[in-house]
Design a protein around this ligand. Structure first.
Ligand code: CAA
Length: 384
């Protein structure tokens, strides 16, 4: 077992760390306050190759591995959790399924622009009454005519769709045959300017306020026959495979938030004095910092294991769920302790601890709640 990163992996981590420190961290509080999508930062991520880490060079990406992706994601999330999830959706939930299930024509049409940040994508699976139970979705895709070349008509409503308010492209999951349940779901590449597609107002959220999300309304939205991604009936598997990779990305986001909470709290503890000494000299604070740091390292090890398994071509869904489950819970514990260490200042928006506290919560919810991760893990272990 070798924990040493390659020189390419160190380079991408250091590139992301440098960009995060210089250009993202100084703007994170303002992005949160104004709910402003970090468009300029998104463009910089594209320029630096950080939006196409997993996309092969043939399709305009950096052609790197999943471990490189999580290293970069942790650094970006340490600076700004909103920016990290925008990057994660673009990479794991939009580029990866196009790469995995798309035709060469679809890859050529979308991947170079997505990898360079010229286009933004979103992943439209969840619905008002289909979140954890994703296969209960009701959006319908019906053939526009009798022949296979006639295209599709989409009708339905999608919910909580990250990036939707700024997206150029949506991967829409819709049922082409409701009698087949999950095997009747298909995926479609839908430009957001397609007639019949409307984006609702941005959601007003507890955290990750710079990562806009909204409903998508499809009302007789017509798409061409070549908009279907993968074979008819393969949509649910395409979605779940994308989410396996997505969960690695969210685990890395959670890890970055945990690190932000820990590092900010440690710095504060060194400066803040009570009873005549820095609070970092009090055992009560030292124990908190020691627990935070230990859990962060444990989360990182689970995350790296999942990424390395993915890179080696082995099944990694269970490891991805474990990493996401643990890292998201670590982020929430670390953020809570950081608020406590900051004391009264931890409760004020002028200090970063309360932003980390609000940003951490979503990592236990999206891309599969902690309860869904436990179901995935339990169903795998009971099969063994
Ligand atoms: N990869 C590929 N296929 C998979 C799979 C996987 N990881 N897991 C299951 N499948 C297949 C099964 O093999 C089965 O195929 P067959 O019919 O051919 O046998 C099919 O999918 C159905 O499987 P199940 O009956 O086990 O499905 P289920 O409905 O009982 O449960 C679930 C699956 C794990 C609960 C799944 O529904 C799930 O993960 N739910 C959570 C959904 C989720 O994560 N949503 C996130 C929304 S996107 C988001 O959050 C983005 C954002 O904003 C940032």
């Amino acid at each position: 077992m070798d924990f040493e990163l390659t020189s390419e992996q160190k380079l991408i981590r250091d590139t992301a760390r440098d960009l995060a420190k210089r250009e993202i961290a100084p703007r994170a509080a303002q992005i949160d306050k104004t709910h402003e999508f970090p468009r300029q930062i998104f463009a910089r991520l594209g320029e630096m190759g950080l939006l196409g880490i997993l996309v092969p060079e043939t399709w305009g990406g950096a052609g790197m591995d999943a471990l490189s992706y999580v290293l970069a994601m942790e650094e970006i999330a340490r600076a700004c959790a909103s920016t990290a999830v925008v990057m994660s959706v673009q990479s794991s939930l939009v580029e990866a399924p196009i790469l995995a299930a798309g035709t060469d024509a679809q890859r050529a049409r979308y991947l170079p622009d997505l990898a360079a940040g010229r286009k933004i994508g979103c992943f439209a699976l969840s619905e008002p009454e289909a979140g954890s139970d994703a296969k209960a979705l009701r959006t319908r895709a019906t053939r526009a005519g009798a022949s296979a070349g006639d295209g599709w008509i989409l009708n339905g409503t999608k919910n909580f769709i990250t990036n939707a308010p700024v997206a150029d492209l949506a991967i829409v999951f819709a049922s082409t045959d409701p009698t087949q349940r999950s095997r009747g779901i298909s995926a479609f590449l839908v430009p957001t300017d397609a007639p019949g597609l409307k984006i609702g107002p941005p959601d007003d959220k507890l955290g990750i306020r710079g990562a806009p999300s909204a409903q998508i309304f499809l009302s007789d939205c017509a798409v061409a026959a070549d908009a279907r991604l993968g074979p008819e009936g393969d949509g649910f598997k395409i979605a779940l495979r994308a989410l396996d990779g997505g969960r690695i990305g969210i685990a890395a986001q959670a890890l970055g938030i945990a690190r932000a909470a820990f590092e900010d709290a440690t710095n504060y503890a060194r400066e803040r004095k009570t009873f005549g000494q820095a609070i970092s000299e009090h055992q009560a604070i030292q124990f908190k910092l020691a627990d935070m740091r230990t859990e962060i390292d444990a989360a990182r090890l689970l995350l790296w294991r999942a990424a390395v398994k993915k890179d080696s071509g082995q099944a990694y869904a269970t490891e991805a769920s474990m990493a996401k489950l643990f890292a998201s819970e670590v982020a929430n514990r670390a953020a809570k302790e950081a608020v406590q260490i900051f004391g009264g200042y931890g409760y004020l928006a002028d200090f970063p601890a309360e932003r980390h506290f609000r940003d951490a919560k979503i990592t236990e919810i999206y891309e599969g709640t902690s309860e869904i991760q436990r179901l995935v893990i339990a169903s795998a272990l009971l099969k063994d």
